[in-house]
Design a binder for this molecule. Sequence first.
Ligand code: GLN
Length: 455
Amino acid sequence: RAHLDRIAAVDGDVHAFLHISDAALETAAAVDAKRAAGEKLGPLAGVPVAIKDVLCTIDMPSTAGSKILEGWIPPYDATVVARLRAANLIPLGKTNMDEFAMGSTTEHSAYGPTHNPWDLERIPGGSGGGSAAAVAAFEAPLALGSDTGGSIRQPAAVTGSVGVKPTYGGVSRYGAIALASSLDQVGPVSRTVLDAALLHDVIGGHDPRDSTSLRDEWPSFTAAALSGQKAESLKGLRVGVVKQLDAPGFQHGVTQRFHESLEILAAAGAEIVEVDAPNFEYSVAAYYLILPAEASSNLAKFDSVRFGLRVNPVGGGTVEDVMSATREAGFGPEVKRRVILGTYALSAGYYDAYYGSAQKVRTLIQSDFAAAFEKVDVLVSPSAPTTAFKIGEKINDPLAMYLNDVTTIPANLAGIPGMSLPIGLAPEDGLPVGIQIMAPARADARLYEVGATLE
Ligand code: GLN
């Protein structure tokens, strides 16, 4: 009730939600009844959670921020949503996002932008700005996001929240509307590292419905966060600072807070090592070929026949005319831009030059990480080059927008886990700054342990 009241009070300004569940109070009562009946419930039973609109929910519309899916109610729940329900969490509603998760500001939502609760004139990050803003505005204690190139970590950074992109394959993608299937991962958004760990424990683990799901037995991330909270020193921990991600072009206050965090880590006994990752320079370029290529293919299913919107051209027309009128009306400008870039990069004659080269760069970035993790246990960087900028500032400059993802993209290209957690406010604008911690694939527990120690 308190969270629904809070949403009613602030969401008119923040616009974190696209849909509020009408079943939340009923679900809460059902959980209370289970508890009263003596049923043994998990640690998050009864806790409300906001769900990014890219995730399929059987009882709520799932639009992925697009007009082409307006009003579409999926016939099934995403695995992560089913797991929330099984663990007795209470879905509060669906959160706003850039259309099909393409963006870094939530301005590309077909339903209008989300506003950063720290300053309503600023962006809450993206694509999962709705989930991060909901958590930062105390509309929800927990949220789910998806991260293809930073869409959990960067919104967390600019809203003073915690966000985790798990190891690729660590959390099921079944029922997550695909952007770029080789990069997408679902993960938690929260206000503390321990909260994120609790949520990760609920949603993670093998899912036979996702062919890329890892079969690993995962350790308890909650236990890892608790052990980090109790840790008195980081003695022996080798922390690598990626030279290419501690760049001179970053906002002064971001760099300053980041370097203070390095001092805190060193004072706690960690050994700080500079690490060179020469191929990171090409990560944005490679990502913005691989992502549009995969996205153009994934989005081909929005053909006016199988899902959502259908626009019949005036005076009739062929099947192809209907498809093209539907896609013309249903997709926003950023989606069209990427479909065009992607189909071009995949076209015969250009495939090797663009997509093929980008895949090679991807391998080089993976080898940069492999070499780095031979020397260090975790890598750190600022989570984003700047604090939250003004709504409208970069919307007409796609390249500037893409470059903003420089810090988060490498982890997606390599499939490794990354966490952003708050490290204070930038002195020049009083806005939150985040540090990113990255670990080798499958070592997500290390993020929770180190994150909880640093927090
Ligand atoms: N900003 C990135 C992009 O526009 C991240 C997207 C994401 O992680 N979903 O592609």
